[in-house]
Design a protein around this ligand. Structure first.
Ligand code: 7RM
Length: 637
């Protein structure tokens, strides 16, 4: 019997032990019993982290869309696969059944073929959160084209860089995007990018906002008329287990974004298995992940993982604040969402608005609450637990990365007892290690250091597109024979993991290693605080001292700032110790964030060190304008 659905803690431990002692047998069973293969593998796993080279299910043949769509048609054909909720709440939601999804993906796949796209070609997808985004991803996978989705909030410069790095032949985009009360001229941005992309021979344009746009003769075509004439049958391309499925860019701390390459079989098996268990998805559930498909969270847990399990997955086009901050809860009520997966930054933004709006909605359908993207601070964890989960829905604080493809450390809801701010236990098959600075593994509990993974898992990225050397240097060189995550973590007295933040966020104050997460937690406990970020700055005596950037729930009252500074430092002193007190506190109207909601501490660090001449690339920020504001008011702090 395979352990596909974990239902209690005993079964988790059993499965975990087997996945570590007999990984090949373990994954052989999971893969055999729950997926559709055109041919089975010759070997389950071959690996060598020194090269690094990892091969899962070597020799197997499959198509991931047969697993995500075709095999469900007989039993789940009329079930909603994608539930589309538009930006405008007045516009009707769309329930796209598995049958309809099959037809639309096949038609789109046939259009791609007609346009000359073949197996192995790269197709860039720059499309907002509308059904055609998921459909174009799946259409690429149907014919073996490698998709490279670029988040539709990115600039022309960011888009062209990514198109050229992967040498994409085609761009799929839209005439525009809705975002709250605004519209975005997506095609205009794409046109600007394409001036720098001579390799793109054709552009398919999806009509979404009916904007007057420029269509370049011989290059641009509307998608709709092409679809009308395309057949809704498309024989899937039979792929090798290790054929690339997609490239997804993730920014590094320096240099070009890294095009992480994920391959077919291992990625499918792992995202499907983690989806089933980390969200305890059962047949009639409606699952909603609020991420954009432009991020790995959307790839793995809006598209592939849910569809491989025959789930109903919600796609939301809009933003949490439109038409008001009750929108998320309105959607939960309207579609009776059972699993809700979002990011700490969204939780904090919603918490800042208070609870009045929440009380208007019936959230009783919720069974599981997920969090991903950053450490979830204690304050946000409790707010989420109390006001959204009503203390009945377990919080799944899931730690993972673009590079890992799927969830790595997470509670299994209703199985693993949760603990605020802890991602708790490694998922089945995952062997974490906590390392000290000298490359020694810290054994046992109550240890803190750098988080590595010491054994391959099926969905590990196989390389960086076009730069295997960089892949090796970034992830496999700091520690021998280990994948280095770039994150810090601690293991508590019972073996639970807490992610303390990127290790470049670790600050050494008078010889004490301080992670940013626990300090920010303490600060965020103050009732006036909405959000905070801590960085280090050079200090003659301490080596580094702490600089806190804090946004308040109510920005007004600057006369209280000195009192607040005292209270905040008192809180830190009480919760962590006087060593973690802040030398400087600057109140700001906002914090610089990436478009996926991560606080950009790199920029704050420069401001704190008075090194603002060289801030690096801030063009991909969600709110670049805040940077100048923080610099100006830093001078007064
Ligand atoms: C899924 C995703 C990866 C980085 C990772 C961490 C941080 C993600 C958590 C988290 C603490 C979490 N992919 N991170 N999840 N930190 N707790 N539950 O976000 O490639 O965009 O980012 O995000 O630092 O290394 S990502």
């Amino acid at each position: 019997m395979s352990h596909y659905h974990i239902k209690d803690l005993e079964q988790y431990y059993q499965a975990y032990r087997k996945s570590v002692s007999d990984p090949e047998i373990f994954w052989d069973e999971i893969a055999s019993d729950h997926f559709l293969w055109r041919k089975k593998w010759d070997s389950v796993l071959e690996w060598d982290f020194s090269k690094p080279e990892v091969t899962w299910f070597k020799g197997a043949k499959l198509n991931i869309t047969e697993n995500c769509i075709d095999r469900h048609l007989t039993t789940l054909g009329d079930k909603t696969a994608i539930l589309f909720e538009p930006n405008n709440p007045e516009e009707a939601a769309q329930h796209i059944t598995y049958k309809e999804l099959s037809q639309r993906v096949n038609k789109f796949a046939n259009v791609l073929k007609q346009q000359g796209i073949k197996k192995g070609d790269r197709v860039c997808i720059y499309v907002p959160m509308i059904p055609e985004l998921a459909i174009s991803v799946l259409a690429c996978a149907r014919i073996g084209a490698i998709h490279s989705v670029v988040f539709a909030g990115f600039s022309a410069a960011a888009l062209s860089t990514r198109i050229n790095d992967a040498d994409c032949k085609m761009l799929i985009t839209a005439d525009g995007a809705y975002r709250g009360a605004k519209t975005i001229d997506l095609k205009g941005i794409a046109d600007q990018a394409l001036e720098l992309c001579p390799g793109v021979a054709s552009v398919l344009v999806i009509k979404r906002i009916d904007a007057e746009i420029n269509m370049k003769q011989g290059r641009d075509q509307w998608l709709a008329p092409l679809l009308v004439n395309a057949s809704d049958q498309c024989v899937p391309e039979i792929m090798d287990a290790e054929d690339p499925l997609f490239i997804l860019y993730t920014s590094g701390s320096t240099g070009m974004p890294k095009g992480m390459v994920h391959t077919t079989a291992g990625y499918m098996v792992y995202t499907a298995y983690t989806f089933k268990n980390a969200f305890q998805y059962t047949e009639d559930d409606v699952y909603w992940c609020t991420a954009d498909i432009g991020w790995i969270t959307g790839h793995s847990y809006i598209v592939y993982g849910p569809l491989a399990n025959g789930a109903t997955t919600v796609m939301f086009e809009g933003v949490p604040s439109y038409p008001d901050y009750g929108r998320f809860w309105d959607i939960v009520q309207k579609h009776k969402v059972s699993q809700f997966y979002t990011a700490p930054t969204a939780i904090r933004a919603l918490a800042k608005e208070g609870t009045d709006l929440i009380d208007h909605y019936d959230l009783s359908s919720l069974k599981v609450l997920g969090s991903v993207g950053e450490p979830i601070n204690e304050e946000a964890w409790h707010w989420y637990n109390d006001h959204i989960g009503k203390k009945k829905s377990p919080i799944v604080d899931s730690w993972w990365q673009t590079e890992t493809g799927g969830i790595m450390i997470t509670p299994i809801p209703y199985v693993t007892p949760t603990k605020p701010t802890y991602a708790t236990l490694p998922f089945i098959g995952i062997q974490p290690a906590i390392m000290d600075e000298n490359g020694k593994e810290l054994i046992g509990n109550r240890v803190e250091g750098r988080l590595c993974i010491k054994y391959p898992w099926p969905s590990i990225a196989r390389t960086i597109w076009g730069n295997h050397q960089r892949y090796k240097e970034t992830y496999f060189s700091l520690f021998d024979n280990m994948y280095f995550t770039g994150d810090g973590a601690l293991r508590d007295e019972v073996g639970y993991y807490r992610i303390t933040g990127r290790v470049d966020d670790v600050i050494i104050v008078s010889g004490h290693n301080l992670g940013t997460a626990p300090i920010e937690d303490a600060i965020n406990e103050h009732p006036a605080v909405a959000e905070s970020a801590i960085v280090g700055f050079p200090h003659d005596i301490k080596g580094s001292a702490l600089y806190g950037y804090i946004t308040l729930k109510d920005n007004g009252e600057s006369s209280h700032h000195d009192k607040l500074r005292k209270e905040i430092n008192q809180l830190i002193s009480d919760r962590i110790g006087p060593i973690a007190k802040l030398d400087k506190i600057q109140f700001t109207d906002g914090l610089p964030k990436t478009r996926s909601g991560k606080i950009m501490r790199r920029i704050l660090r420069k401001i704190a060190s008075n090194d603002t001449a060289n801030l690096g690339d801030i063009s991909t920020l969600l709110n670049p304008e805040i940077v100048q504001e923080i610099i100006s008011s830093a001078l007064e702090t």
